[in-house]
Design a protein around this ligand. Sequence first.
Ligand SMILES: [Zn+2]
Ligand SMILES: [Zn+2]
Length: 389
Amino acid sequence: MAITRASIENIPIHLVTSIPSIETYNNIVNKKYYSTKLEKRYKEASLPKIEIINLHSEILKKESWIANKTINEVNKFLEKGEQVLFFLNRRGYAPFVICKKCGYKFQCPNCSVNLNYHKNLNKLLCHYCGFKSSLSRNCKDNIKCDLSFCGPGVERIFAELKKIYPNKKIEIFSSDTLEKNELANELLKKVEKSKIDILIGTQLLSKGFHFPKLNCIVVVDGDFSSHGYDLRSAEKNVQLYHQLSGRAGREGNFSTIFFQTYTPEDEILINISKNNPNLFLQKELLLRKEKKLPPFYRLISLIISGKNEALIMKFAMSIKLKIPQIKEVNVLGPVLAPISKLRKKYRCRILIRYPKDLFIQKYLSQFLNKIKITSGIKLEVDVDPINFS
Ligand SMILES: [Zn+2]
Ligand SMILES: [Zn+2]
């Protein structure tokens, strides 16, 4: 939007970022954009050292997510009176709950996702539509279900850290705790005045904040293998963790970011750990070219949604068959969205890929205008889609 507006009004535009998108990087390479770099951090601080902690090399205690090796490293910073941040991009206590007796899994009735357990609220919560429910449920034997809480969220990491460090001051930073502005400000002041020893935070914490005493970050779950559906997942992760590492060592002190992982060989993790965004951008750009992805090709996403899964797939198939065949234009799909049902509606997607010097929008919109849309079905068109979830 900003670029388009600047172009219409004929005014210069500055894009400011720590790591540009691949599209923007390509514009720099092609000399369409001019780039200026801040080569040094504030106070000439160096970026944190990155260390990978292989979780296969020790057996974690039951219901525990922090390795002994991590604790030993963290202690070194705490002993110096410095702050430590545990990063986990998952709100609540546990990402899903099942019954050990009957195998029942608590799921959202409106979305095809598991419900998250929030201990502070003592409720199950859908992070997509906001659905809430209680935990009580009768099992097949008419006695209450025997619940098992699976995986950690920030509240659970808080509980584990409280056990390890009963005398340290520990706080959670997530949208649940930072919803009220005054509360957020109070928390931030506490951090600045060193009244907090350990912070536990979600993505919310990766941006902008200046914590002078924070020199150690632990990424609790450094596994990135599950995001294959999004062509930008590597880029988004490299950006996020670069931002995050920028929270540490801001006053020029020695700082480290530890990645706990079961997949130390994962390519995204290796890209992050090299801490060389330029190298990543170069490699990723080549990969995009090889795989015929943006910015070398363009994409148009047709998103079909409705309350009946079979009906939307049938409708999508019928559209696909009618799309006029044009040389060098690929029509991919339809495939169900990774979260196939959201707020009671199923979604699927057709992806149209074409060389960027071909102008098919007009052609396509003429075709789409002629299509009769079955009632109860919605068709959305997303040109140059950013979001694939
Ligand atoms: Zn939901
Ligand atoms: Zn049960």
